[in-house]
Write a protein that binds this ligand. Structure first.
Ligand code: FAD
Length: 505
């Protein structure tokens, strides 16, 4: 039995990850009655509960405000690229921001269905300790990461890579370690990089960890090669020579991220990997001699599942070609972060294939391996993004086909596989959430459907809200733009630049 409950809301945000909080914040600040549903008991999704505590992309708009607040409380390691936060403090601040704005939150509330009439979501159906409940709203913003509401409402969507028979990107269960000497670790990485790039050489491996892991497998200290690198994010506020860190390195391959049996397989095998990695780090990695695992993320690191089909599908080639749009509402300066669906050794696939070189893409005739493309080599040209350029996400990618009162934001916007693998990161996820709520306020004020809004107006409103879409990116991105030299492909399928002063990435 479904109980219908009238919360008298204008905007219902489903999913309290960074995209959802950003949407809820903007909607509530626009004076809209806003309710946010979250299946867990805290906010931030993968960024906090998944221990993904380093922010990629351009820190602008709501994302900047959030990081500034974390910084003011002393829980941000503020650096030009990948600023790093303490997930516990970060989720608390998200909650404060949302409540201060006047939004209401329901925790422990799982969206399980949608009732649709005349192309409108009449009720979002959810399950909680209160039982099954239908909640009505004028506009729904789906920020579940998996486009659950959109799927239940019948919005067309894609899943996985067409090149890999629909497999998703590999997944990662992150964990926290204590008693790490980050100063020693950073010195070891610096020395390794200096050795690998001496005499202006391109490194032969992706990371120090790759080299050590090969040794550990050879010595029988690891049962198999897990992944060629690790993101190690210090928890700000902990001392550098006795730090807590979040570690992102376990991996499951050949994943189907909408299949509960496969998701369970992934979590079980990655929990096992964590015990192996703890021993491996202690024995081989400088600075980790005394380290121990203190906790495992409560949210499994699923990088992708559904991608909705919207009014515009952001194309894989838009990323490489750094496409700009008249209705661009967010921008993306990083590379394809496509975690390889099948190869632990390669780790990533950071290029796409084009028949001919095109636009701003950095292209070379295809020369990638069978392992990179195990289902058949595409040929043509490998295309990578120029590190100095950026692509925009158009407003239309947030507007799903088929349903009239729905927006989708965050890591499940309308985009092809490699494009979503790029723009799914934290900063643009927050900006798409902000844009969806900005557009929602136009819809309600002018009684207009999302697909009939002029996206240029949403772009203008985002600029007025302080997202500098009208200005060239500065800081780290300006540094990348200025790097002059030959583009070279480095391990990890990264594009680097061979400058007169050596290899830079
Ligand atoms: C292992 C890994 C490493 C990454 N590394 C980085 C990195 O270093 N830097 C970076 O910027 N990005 C990184 N990313 C990407 C980034 O973390 C995420 O893509 C981004 O945080 C997505 O935010 P989101 O709000 O769209 O989705 P999510 O964070 O997935 O949030 C969705 C929220 O909705 C809730 N929810 C889901 N379904 C329902 C439902 N049916 N009902 C109610 N609630 C629901 C979830 O509990 C969650 O809180 C990484 C991702 C992964 C998985």
């Amino acid at each position: 039995m479904i109980t219908s409950k009238n919360y008298n809301v204008d905007v219902l945000v489903a999913g309290g990850g960074v995209a959802g909080v950003s949407a809820g914040l903007t909607a509530a600040r626009a004076g809209l009655r806003t309710l946010l549903l979250e299946s867990q008991i805290s906010l931030g999704g993968l960024a906090t509960n998944g221990y993904i505590s380093g922010v990629a992309g351009m820190v602008e708009g709501n994302c900047k405000e959030w990081l500034d607040r974390i910084d003011a409380e002393g829980y941000l390691y503020n650096r030009p690229h990948l600023p790093t936060f303490d997930p516990e403090r970060a989720k608390l601040i998200l909650e404060h921001m949302l409540l201060e704005a006047g939004a209401k939150i329901l925790y422990g509330t799982y969206v399980i269905d949608a009732v649709v009439e005349n192309n409108n979501i009449k009720e979002v159906v959810c399950h909680s300790k209160s039982g099954r409940m239908g909640i009505a709203a004028k506009i729904v913003i789906d920020t579940t990461g998996d486009a659950d509401v959109a799927a239940y409402a019948g919005v067309p969507h894609d899943v996985g890579s067409p090149e890999f028979a629909g497999l998703n990107m590999s997944t990662t269960l992150a964990f926290r370690m204590a008693n790490v000497n980050m100063s020693m670790y950073n010195e070891a990485v610096k020395a390794w990089t200096a050795k690998e790039t001496a005499d202006n050489r391109i490194p032969t491996r992706m990371s120090l960890i790759e080299e050590l892991e090969e040794k550990a497998v050879e010595n029988g200290d690891l049962p198999f090669f897990i992944f060629p690198t690790a993101l190690i994010y210090i928890v700000p506020g902990t001392p550098e020579d006795d730090a807590d860190v979040n570690v992102i390195t376990t991996h499951s391959f050949h994943t189907r991220n909408l299949d509960v049996e496969d998701l369970t397989r992934q979590v079980i095998e990655q929990r096992q990997q964590i015990t192996w990695i703890e021993k491996f780090f202690k024995k081989y990695l400088t600075g980790f001699e005394k380290a121990r695992v203190t906790s495992v993320a409560s949210l499994h690191g699923v990088r992708d599942s559904r991608r909705i089909i919207g009014e515009y599908i952001l194309k894989d080639e838009d990323i490489a070609c750094a496409t700009k749009f008249e209705d661009g509402i967010a921008r993306f300066p990083e590379f394809y972060d496509t975690h390889h669906p099948t190869s632990p050794k390669l780790g990533f696939m950071r290029h796409i294939h084009l028949n001919e070189p095109k636009g701003a893409a950095v292209c070379r005739p295809a020369q990638c391996s069978d392992e990179m493309h195990p289902f058949g080599k595409p040929g043509g040209y490998e295309a990578r993004k120029n590190p100095g350029d950026y692509c925009e996400i158009p407003y239309r990618s947030l507007v799903p086909l088929g349903i009239d009162n729905l927006f989708v934001a965050g890591r499940c916007v309308s985009a092809e596989f490699n494009a979503v693998a790029a723009v799914r990161v934290i900063a643009p996820s927050m900006t798409t959430g902000q844009a969806a709520a900005t557009a929602a306020s136009y819809c309600l004020k002018d009684n207009i459907l999302p697909r009939n809004i002029d996206g240029k107006l949403v772009r203008k409103a985002m600029i007025e809200q302080g997202v500098p879409l009208d200005k060239e990116p500065d800081g780290y991105w300006a540094y990348l733009r200025e790097l002059k030299g030959e583009h070279v492909v480095a391990p990890g399928d990264f594009i680097g630049v061979m400058t007169p002063n050596g290899f830079r990435r």
